[in-house]
Write a protein of this length. Structure first.
Length: 393
């Protein structure tokens, strides 16, 4: 079963449970959070707040609800009963026993002030990303796959294997569907649920589902052209637009990528899964399509790699006032540019010029091109290196 593939975040989740009284697992809806805790971590007592009766009890009598739990316990989709958090705070403060409460959420806990204050100092949280290529193929986690030492590690997948998985994304169910029509239907229903149920709960009053639809449709058009959506790409009043985008970020549908402090540019946004991006793009071929899906794939692999290794990564892009192209990611002061085709060293490629500018501005000795190649080409003394899309897989 797709959901039963061992997740690379399991080890870190176990570690959190040895010292933290509450462990949070958050991420996209249907990314596999509950399966991670029940089938892989082995927590047997699961209380889902998708159940209206349980949810109402937790909201109306949170202290009584907690007193009846068999511990350790999973509180699934806990954001649907926010009243539980203050009661949980009191319970933990009276007796701080590690690994007693496992909370899952399809919404960022930190996006609500009351929840954030109740959990501060009492919870360790893991974001579960869509399946990485290594997870999908049952390969072990390799925490050393960071930026160093790039030239010592062999890739485990070919560019062709990555290309075959781009449009499927990493959500466990659609990733393993053989019927493309069924996959489209799955994503259509996923987006509909987000628009009709998830986003109204986050956005609050004056929510308009037609505005959400128009934003997602516009994102699809931009991705089809190979562009990364930014605040300047929408004909919507800026405050309203920011509120809708922030709501989408809260449910992990979007990922905000701000500009590096040494650069210039408005916030950019990526989808939370390459399969969702492919659904919104609604096209199978084209340079822009391949570039957007490759960008989604590489970001997911890097972010998951950092998260499961217990390292923080706050992605930034870089763009100078003179350059037409942006550098996709600054990671530990290393500029990274993702491209859709194997690079050519001569003449100087369009993708190298923004890298050179970023390297000069950030005083970086190395820049990286991430391309559909099967072997890394890393100059030992610095300069611009080439790594495969699948390097972090």
């Amino acid at each position: 079963m797709p959901h039963d593939r061992i997740r690379h975040g399991l080890s870190l989740t176990k570690k959190y449970g040895t010292f933290s009284p509450a462990v949070g697992v958050v991420g996209l809806r249907q990314v596999g959070k509950t399966t991670l805790l029940t089938r892989q971590l082995g927590v047997e007592n699961c209380y889902s707040f998708d159940d209206a009766e349980l949810r109402n009890e937790a909201r109306n009598s949170p202290k009584t609800f907690l007193s009846k739990l068999s511990l350790p316990a999973i509180l699934d989709e806990v954001q649907k009963a926010p009243e539980i958090f203050d009661a949980l705070k009191l319970k933990i403060d009276r007796k701080r026993i590690p690994g007693q409460y496992y909370l899952t959420g399809s919404t960022e806990f930190s996006s609500r002030l009351g929840i954030r204050e109740s959990l501060t100092g009492r919870i360790s949280t893991l974001q579960l990303y869509p399946l990485t290529l290594a997870e999908a193929h049952g390969l072990p986690f390799q925490p050393q796959r960071g930026l160093k030492p790039l030239h010592l590690l062999e890739t485990r997948f070919t560019a062709e294997q990555a290309a075959q998985s781009l449009a499927k994304g990493g959500l466990p169910i659609p990733m393993f569907m053989r019927d493309s029509a069924a996959r489209l239907l799955y994503f259509d229903q996923w987006i509909e649920t987000a628009i009709l149920r998830d986003l109204p709960r986050i956005y609050g009053r004056n929510y308009d589902m037609d505005v959400s639809r128009s934003i997602l449709e516009r994102i699809g058009v931009l991705l089809r052209e190979g562009h990364v959506p930014s605040l300047g790409d929408f004909k919507i009043e800026k405050i309203k637009l920011r509120n809708y985008l922030a709501s989408m970020e809260s449910i992990f549908l979007l990922k905000r990528i701000p500009c590096h402090e040494e650069g210039i540019g408005l916030d950019r946004w990526l989808l939370g899964d390459a399969g969702l991006a492919a659904f919104l793009i609604r096209a199978e071929h084209g340079e822009g399509v391949t570039l957007s899906l490759a960008r989604q794939f590489v970001f997911n692999e890097i972010l998951a790699q950092c998260q499961y290794a217990g390292k923080s990564l706050h992605p930034r892009f870089y763009k100078s006032a003179q350059a037409k192209e942006a550098v996709d990611l600054i990671w530990d002061q290393v500029p990274i540019k993702i491209i859709y085709a194997p690079p050519s060293r001569v003449p100087l490629g369009w993708y190298e010029k923004p890298l050179i500018g970023a390297m000069k501005k950030l005083n970086a000795s190395r820049g990286l091109i991430v391309a559909p190649v099967d072997r890394a080409d890393i100059p030992k003394k610095g300069g611009i290196g080439i790594v495969p899309w699948t390097y972090w897989s």
